[in-house]
Design a binder for this molecule. Structure first.
Ligand SMILES: [Zn+2]
Length: 377
């Protein structure tokens, strides 16, 4: 996201020498003075753009916003300041405020440079989050077509695929409901009706617990073919992008898993995710009646192994999903049953064992021990 900004550091001084035909000494003196002054001002501006770029790249968006506003007082039409201010606001989720600054950069970058490309890319994201899909598509595609810099073009292309702007989606059916904007690859009208009502019900059930307020409706892509998704998105179904409130799912997947990723991630400020807790939560709320305890116990017997929660918490990826998913769902349920909704959500933003210990206290280790004993026998 920040890579394109390296260009700032090699920006060239483009001020022109104010040529004069006067040969008199006094005029040469004035001219020389002007050149020196101009150079100093330009040098100062470059330094400031460089400084602002560095602050932005460090991820300190609040400071970027303060500094950009400060620099804009003396140089109100500077497209670098406007671009960085717009990007920082967008990165903070203030999409409405970001748009005028990004628009300014698009309209005033006469060179169609990487600045315009990034402004367009970010505009595409802002409009998407504000559910202005036409303008989102327009800006994102313009960014891609401009092909000004590899990273901005890649940024746009990722969104063209994820947001459903690729031509591949042109025949998909879009249907909006209370909490979703569904995109169906291929489904009959009567099945669509059933699908939507079951997902709305699942949403209500899940959010009764999380009480999340989503920034937008969930764009829910319902694929008919896993192979098509793999070919286009280079990813296995299903997956969620909570930041954009997007789900890409196969039509046969569980009602609740992917939408829980979106809903839960908006219940609190997310600091650190772990597989055990993040996946466990989505499994716990997947709205199926699957006997997860039996699945886990069968796995333990078949593989002749014992489960250690702390080990799986740390090394999630070292274990097969057929074990970790149902196991994590059971464990999250255990946490909620023992410590209650409020404590669980307080903990959820930082999903490490250390934070669990901090929030749940000394009782945590006993809960884990009892859980392991129950599962391992
Ligand atoms: Zn998941």
């Amino acid at each position: 996201m920040f890579n394109g900004y390296i260009c700032l550091l090699v920006r060239q001084n483009s001020k022109k020498d104010p040529a004069t035909k006067q040969k008199q000494y006094i005029m040469r003196l004035i001219s020389t003075t002007i050149i020196i002054l101009t150079s100093l001002i330009t040098f100062g501006q470059n330094k400031q753009v460089e400084e602002l770029g560095k602050i932005y790249m460090s991820g300190d968006f609040d400071k970027t916003i303060i500094k950009a506003n400060e620099f804009l007082i003396n140089d109100p039409n500077n497209i670098d300041y406007k671009l960085l201010l717009g990007r920082a606001l967008a990165d903070k989720g203030d999409f409405n405020s970001a748009i005028p600054y990004l628009d300014f950069t698009v309209k005033n970058d006469q060179n169609n440079s990487w600045r315009k490309a990034w402004a367009l890319g970010y505009l595409g994201t802002c409009h998407f989050m504000l559910q202005d899909y036409d303008n989102s598509r327009k800006s994102t595609k313009e960014c891609f077509d401009l092909n000004a810099t590899k990273n901005a073009t890649r940024y746009a292309y990722k969104r063209i695929l994820l947001f459903g702007f690729d031509d591949f989606y042109k025949d998909w059916k879009i249907v909006e409901s209370d909490n979703f904007r569904f995109h169906f690859q291929n489904m009959s009208d009567s099945d669509i009706e059933k699908y939507i009502s079951s997902r709305e019900k699942a949403f209500e059930n899940i959010n009764e617990f999380f009480e999340s307020k989503l920034p937008k409706k969930i764009d829910f892509f319902v694929w008919n073919s896993r192979e098509d998704a793999k070919k286009l998105l280079k990813a296995n179904l299903g997956f969620a992008d909570p930041g954009f409130c997007i789900v890409h799912s196969h039509f046969q997947q569980t009602k609740g898993h992917e939408m829980t990723h979106v809903i839960s991630n908006h219940a609190t400020k997310m600091v650190k995710k772990t597989g055990l807790i993040n996946e466990g939560t989505s499994v716990c709320f997947d709205q199926t009646n699957q006997d997860k305890e039996k699945i886990v116990k069968d796995w333990i017997i078949t593989n002749n192994k014992k489960i250690t929660i702390k080990e799986i918490w740390t090394n999630w990826k070292d274990y097969p999903e057929e074990l970790t998913y149902p196991l994590s769902g059971l464990f999250v349920k255990e946490l909620i049953d023992n410590f209650g909704r409020e404590k669980f959500i307080e903990f959820f933003g930082n999903q490490t064992y250390d934070n669990a210990k901090l929030i749940f206290g000394v009782k945590l280790d006993k809960v884990i021990k009892d859980f392991e004993n129950k599962i391992n026998t």
